[in-house]
Unconditional design. Structure first.
Lengths: 313, 225
């Protein structure tokens, strides 16, 4: 009999929740051998770090010894045993970035954030870490903030990068990227506007459609920003499934005659108020989309709201 | 059964035998450190290197983990092997000079000094203790933590283990503290047991219960706080 099977842990409140969550995650990966890393990844994803309670719960649930789990958790840099900040700042100190001035950048990050690499600010906003090569050496020094790569970072660029992280880089990019602009769309059949002010995607009113895939149906809200692939849905449509979209007003099936160049699923055309058609692929996960402006009509460009710029400052 | 040639002698062994065991069978000595009968082979210390194959394609492997193959040609003390072995001993001396086991190895192989920066680590990461703990004592109380230069041995979270049986098995097999230092017993301070001209106990206060995971320790009865 192994004592850790019946070792007792006092879970209270949040820890009860952790234990439940851990049980669910362990269950999910139960059929796979060597699933420990996936289990830890899921828990880290959920809580941002691996707490002692969580690791003990994994040991208990997966009937592994805590020693092995702790070994794995401390071996990989991807796992953190202490809480991480809301924003993760990773500065590359690999060889190429080093010669291009990464040490100075790291010093500046340390000074601005007031923490050493590996630490988290007391307000739990930022975690700073150094990494050895992100595979983008030609663009170095690289600083990755919340998954976004900032190339050619010099000391002077550190402050704006941190400021941008605080503002939220998504909103910022959408406003500054010239390829991204909002569309006013309507049902090609009944002409009813598809914009939904009640549900925001990318901080804007979204395109609300009824979706149906694999016998499930629900609401899908697509970003109205041309070029953005963000969407929100109340139903878990499996990736790669082809969704049939319906207009919420006339309930007409919106699938068009054109098929996607990349994956051959039907494209869904939507009318643009004032002229033109935007089409997007009906396969979940396929980013393919096209924009057709009837260039013969002078009024076509008026269909677009001019991109709002410079309002972020 | 497989036949292989060790130092020019043919030896026939069962499949699954390691080169180390085959050489032992013929009576050729190969020094080992992280190998122990009854524990799974681990191949951490590289002290048991032998040369296999014929030059110029010969190579060095750790004999404790290398399985015997039919027709394998093995040399256990070629010039290349001896050189590599001395280097390993120098590195061990640089890591943990206070270990009686390592000192004995050095003297046996005529290593009188080492060329590297001198450290005084508590542990050479040979993994004997954790294999003892999990394979013989079935306790699984200690294991490796971290990696690279932060790799260390101990209990998860450095907490008192709920599953340690206080058997002392880990201390018994540890080459870094096999001959327990008696520094913690004041009346015996500077005992000379480790044979160091400059005993590490003099400037290392925490030397007292170095690789001990037991609280209180059954061997030296120190209570950690
Ligand atoms: S004393 Fe504890 S840690 Fe050491 S071998 Fe025994 S059970 Fe394992
Ligand atoms: S504590 Fe001793 S037995 Fe364990 S790995 Fe370190 S040197 Fe080897
Ligand atoms: S007490 Fe000092 S002299 Fe004695 S074995 Fe320990 S380190 Fe060596
Ligand atoms: S060294 Fe920084 S990305 Fe390669
Ligand atoms: S005894 Fe073979 S590697 Fe240590």
């Amino acid at each position: 009999m192994f004592a850790y099977w019946n070792a007792k842990f006092d879970f209270i409140g949040e820890e009860d929740m952790i234990a439940e969550e851990v049980a669910r995650v362990v269950e999910k990966h139960a059929d796979r051998r060597g699933a420990l890393i996936s289990v830890l990844e899921d828990i880290q994803q959920k809580y941002g770090y691996l707490s002692r309670g969580a690791l003990e719960a994994v040991a208990l649930k997966s009937r592994r010894s805590l020693v092995d789990i702790y070994s794995v958790a401390t071996f990989y840099r991807a796992f953190s045993l202490s809480p991480r900040g809301r924003h993760l700042v990773s500065a590359c100190v690999g060889t190429a970035c080093h010669v291009r001035g990464a040490p100075g950048v790291v010093e500046e990050l340390k000074r601005r954030l007031g923490i050493n690499p590996g630490a988290t600010t007391t307000d739990r906003e930022f975690t700073l870490e150094t990494v050895n090569c992100l595979g983008a050496c030609a663009l170095g020094p690289i600083v990755v903030v919340d998954g976004r790569y900032n190339p050619n970072v010099g000391v002077a660029k550190v402050e704006p990068i941190i400021a941008k992280a605080i503002r939220g880089s998504e909103a910022d990019d959408a406003l500054h990227d010239e390829r991204i602009f909002p569309l006013n769309v309507q049902c090609p059949r009944c002409g009813h506007s598809l914009l939904d002010e009640a549900h925001l995607v990318d901080g804007q009113a979204s395109i609300r459609l009824r979706g149906n895939a694999d016998g499930q149906s629900g609401w899908i809200n697509l970003s109205r920003l041309y070029g953005s692939v963000h969407s929100v849905t109340d139903t878990l449509f499996p990736n790669d499934s082809i969704t049939s979209f319906r207009c919420p007003n006339c309930d007409h099936d919106l699938a068009g005659p054109v098929h996607c160049n990349d994956c051959d699923a039907p494209m869904v055309p939507l009318g643009i108020t004032g002229g033109g058609i935007v089409q997007f692929c009906s396969r979940r996960g396929c980013p393919s989309h096209t924009l057709d402006l009837d260039s013969g009509r002078s009024g076509a460009t008026a269909a677009f709201n001019a991109p709002e710029r410079g309002s972020a400052s | 059964m497989i036949t292989l040639k060790i130092n020019g002698l043919n030896v026939t062994v069962e499949e699954g035998t390691t080169v180390l065991e085959a050489a032992k069978f013929l009576g050729f000595p190969i020094p080992t450190l992280c190998h122990m009968e009854g524990l799974s082979p681990y191949g951490a210390c590289r002290l048991c290197v032998v040369e296999i194959g014929e030059s110029p394609k010969s190579r060095l492997v750790s004999s404790c983990t290398y399985p015997a193959e039919a027709g394998l040609i093995v040399r256990t003390s070629s010039a290349r092997v001896v050189k590599a072995r001395k280097m390993v001993i120098e590195l061990l001396l640089a890591t943990c000079p206070q270990s009686k086991v390592i000192q004995d190895l050095a003297s046996e192989h005529g290593v009188r000094q080492q060329r590297f920066r001198q450290e005084h680590e508590d542990c050479i990461l040979c993994g004997l203790c954790l294999r003892m703990c999990s394979e013989q004592m079935m306790a699984h109380a200690i294991g490796f933590r971290g990696r690279g230069e932060h790799r260390s041995l101990g209990t998860p979270f450095d907490a008192k283990s709920e599953v340690c049986r206080l058997c002392g098995g880990c201390i018994y097999v540890c080459p870094a503290c096999q001959l327990r230092c008696t520094y913690n017993q004041p009346e015996k301070a500077i005992c000379g047991g480790c044979g160091n001209l400059e005993p590490p106990c003099v400037d290392k206060p925490q030397f007292d219960d170095m690789m001990c995971y037991m609280t209180p320790c059954v061997a030296c009865e120190i209570k950690k706080d």
